[in-house]
Design a protein around this ligand. Structure first.
Ligand SMILES: [Zn+2]
Length: 372
């Protein structure tokens, strides 16, 4: 195992932040998996899972059971981790710009098309190598400017040539759930099964270029663009965002259980030697366009009738909002049936706040599908 430290360009004189990437395996097979923890810095469960993964992957590596390369960044966002505001963690957005740390990664398809066209040929594996090299060229030419953009560029560069990318997060109060691209839904069903996920949410384009999507979407877009001219593996990079339950669900038992599930999936895909256990059937995948984000139409005290993991029938009460100024009570009901998989951890709503998410099976939304 090789350990690399990556210094970020200081945002301000006299400061210095750094990341650590751990490189397991021998990079002999040409296959690569990439995982990182807590891009939204105050989402702690992934960092404890990464601690378990370090132990397990180190032992597997010592036993020669990792033929390819597995890269693990056990703490993906030192900038957000340091954003402690008078006792409250603030790790989702960059305080300097307001930008969400998991949005606006570089979506490369448009720049890749003219760059790779003269280099592509009849061999699908060679085309994969050509496209990965071109991704690195494009990313190497980016001048990131800010410390946060340098962080994003570093993470994307570490992941861009991987066959598998897992971005580990958690939600406020939530059950296990997974986001992926529509063409990769079947590939991630075993992961959802191993993890015991209660929602597997898919979309072709979720909007605003989150990390996982910029690693995977180029492949099916390039495959479609060059269809009939050059063979391109539309699944050359499988990428997903894994939401490891709620933000306070930090325990050794859960972390070990989740690390086992992630390792089972790494085995299932051949990144780790050995036979993977059979994946439990898991939940039925549902479209991200079918997720109902219940939104507060007015301000008030929140009293939930449903919690993450509950099945909600169409028309059922999910949450009541009680205004302390007027005593008005507003009941919010589910528009469609589905699994409630996440809700806010706050108990007072401001107007427009997102309160809970229900995974319905029928697509009805469009545009930017993720939370701000
Ligand atoms: Zn997150």
């Amino acid at each position: 195992m090789q350990t690399l430290f990556h210094d970020l360009p200081p945002a301000s004189a006299g400061t210095q932040r750094r990341l650590r990437s751990l490189h397991f395996g021998r990079a002999a097979s040409g296959r690569k998996a990439y995982l990182h923890a807590s891009l939204h810095a105050d989402e702690i469960p992934p960092m404890l899972v990464a601690q378990c993964l370090i132990e397990r992957l180190s032992a597997l590596d010592a036993a020669g059971a990792i033929a390819g390369e597995i890269v693990l960044v056990p703490m993906a966002n030192p900038i957000g981790l340091a954003q402690d505001i008078q006792g409250s963690a603030f790790g989702r957005f960059d305080m300097g710009t307001g930008a969400n740390f998991n949005r606006q990664f570089k979506h490369l398809t448009a720049a890749l098309i003219p760059l790779v066209e003269p280099r592509l040929g009849a061999d699908v594996a060679a085309n994969t190598r050509v496209i990965r090299a071109a991704c690195h060229e494009l990313l190497a030419a980016v001048e990131p400017g800010s410390e946060t953009n340098a962080l994003k560029l570093l993470l994307q560069t570490l992941a861009m040539d991987a066959d598998l990318v897992l971005d580990l997060h958690c939600d406020n109060q939530a059950v296990m759930h997974v986001y992926t691209g529509t063409p990769q839904t079947a590939a991630f069903q075993p992961l959802a099964g191993y993890l015991g996920a209660q929602a597997l949410l898919y979309s072709e384009v979720s909007g605003d270029d989150p990390f996982d999507e910029t690693a995977s979407r180029i492949w099916w877009e390039l495959a479609a663009h060059f269809e009939g001219r050059f063979p391109i593996d539309a699944q050359a990079c499988l990428a997903a965002t894994v939401e490891l339950r709620g933000e306070t669900e930090v325990s050794h038992d859960l972390a070990e259980q989740d690390a086992d599930a992630l390792l089972a999936f790494l085995r299932h895909l051949g990144h780790v030697d050995g036979t993977a256990p059979r994946a439990p059937a898991g939940c039925e995948p549902t479209p991200l366009e079918g997720v109902e984000p219940l939104t507060a139409p007015s301000s008030g005290i929140l009293v939930f009738a449903k919690q993450p993991g509950d099945w909600v029938e169409a028309g059922e009460l999910v949450v009541e909002i009680i205004c302390p100024l007027t005593d008005a009570r507003t009941a919010l009901h589910a528009r469609a049936s589905g699994r409630c998989f996440a809700r806010t951890s706050r108990r007072f709503a401001t107007r427009g706040m997102r309160l809970a998410k229900i995974a319905g099976s029928v697509a009805y939304r469009s545009g930017s599908l993720l939370s701000p």
